[in-house]
Write a protein that binds this ligand. Structure first.
Ligand SMILES: [Zn+2]
Length: 384
């Protein structure tokens, strides 16, 4: 049986998720805490900290803003411009960039910023996608490392000490670092919460025929380099109210494009539109932990009282964790082709990472699949 948070649909199977004695999850506790925040005071702290960090900055740029091209990063750039900053935006391009993702990157450039796009060697990256999928059940492993390492490398490269990240994912998603390390992103934050899943970058070359000099983009700079530049990473979401849907509205009003219909495995059309591999990434989360992207979004809105528990449960049944036959209308076999993985091989990798205790089985203990090859959870809400 899966146990769920009493206020949202986060399951106890979610890694590192803390529940209080009342059965409320850390993400809900963290959200409740937000209403007590004095945002004017936080803004003051932000301005003070920024000017302190920037004392040693001799470049034209006030900060690095890591951007994906998504709605959050578009809103983040708008916020920095509104505050009078001249940012250098840095994108680590996604593993399988979509045409909409390309348009949205172009749109951020046109907001009026200097911009660096870094695209790691695609042949090495495909190997890493495959290694990530087969070894730790995460096709997006190289991307999740690169979105943290590449902007920090850029900070060192361009001598810009300040990095302004978006939201601390530990807040909305309820990780243990939500309170302790709320405002800064450090090497230890990355190593613990950045999605490395125990697969160490330094272990890769020897084991998988990748050369040492090909994994630099996935490695955090040395402590010496970081100290020379004085790199400090702050989370914007710690200092200013952060809301995904508001970010979407602001981004859309400034040229951001969405998919135009509800995305597979989601309940909206406006997020994760920049990488065809995201559907596979989200599906594996469902197989391992019994929740996918739809549940993340549903829970955000339940926490805020925007949708009822009954509505939330119905939406999660309908949208969460469906077998990813397509993502953003691209066929699974086409998405897997560059990685040289067949649909059959994909299914067996899925089976390897499925936590069978979360899903219904027949009398012989074999997983039950519906007509679309999707698994059915043992329970979609708490059972008395
Ligand atoms: Zn919760």
């Amino acid at each position: 049986m899966i146990t769920y948070c009493k206020l949202c649909l986060f399951p106890s199977s979610k890694p590192d998720l803390y529940f209080d004695s009342d059965g409320t999850c850390a993400a809900c506790l963290s959200y409740r805490h937000r209403s007590e925040i004095d945002w004017e005071k936080r803004k003051g702290e932000f301005i003070e900290l920024v000017s302190k960090v920037n004392k040693t900055n001799k470049t034209n740029w006030d900060c690095i803003v890591p951007v994906s091209g998504g709605k959050d990063s578009t809103a983040q750039v708008l916020k920095m411009l509104e505050l009078g900053f001249n940012p250098l935006c840095v994108t680590a391009t996604t593993c399988d960039l979509t045409p909409i993702g390309r348009e949205n990157i172009q749109n951020i450039k046109n907001l009026g910023v200097d911009y660096v796009e870094f695209s790691p060697n695609p042949l090495v990256r495909r190997k890493l996608n495959r290694i990530g999928l087969e070894q730790v059940g995460d096709i997006s492993w190289p991307e999740h490392v690169g979105i943290f390492t590449i902007p920090v490398r850029a900070a060192v490269q361009y001598n810009v000490p300040l990095i302004i990240w978006g939201e601390n994912s530990q807040n909305e998603y309820g990780g243990p670092a939500a309170d302790a390390a709320n405002n800064v992103l450090t090497r230890s934050w990355l190593e613990e919460f950045g999605g490395l899943l125990g697969l160490r970058v330094s272990d890769l070359p020897a084991s998988f025929g990748i050369r040492d000099n090909q994994i630099l983009p996935y490695q955090y700079p040395s402590d010496d380099e970081l100290q020379r530049v004085g790199v400090t990473g702050l989370f914007l979401g710690h200092y200013f109210p952060w809301n995904g849907h508001t970010n979407y509205m602001l981004a859309q009003a400034n040229g951001f494009k969405s998919f135009g219909k509800v995305i597979e495995g989601s309940i909206v059309d406006y997020e994760n539109v920049d990488n065809f591999q995201t559907g596979i990434h989200d599906y594996f989360k469902f197989l391992k932990f019994g929740f996918g992207r739809a549940t993340d979004l549903i829970s955000i809105h339940m926490r805020r009282g925007h949708i009822s528990r009954d509505q939330g449960v119905a939406l999660s049944k309908k949208h969460d964790g469906k077998f990813p036959w397509t993502y953003l209308d691209k066929n699974l076999s086409e998405i897997l082709k560059p990685l040289q993985i067949s649909t059959q091989e994909f299914q067996s990798i899925c089976d390897k990472f499925t936590n069978e205790s979360l899903f219904q089985t027949d009398s012989n203990g074999v997983l039950i699949r519906d007509e679309s090859n999707s698994l059915i959870k043992t329970n979609y809400d708490n059972v008395d």
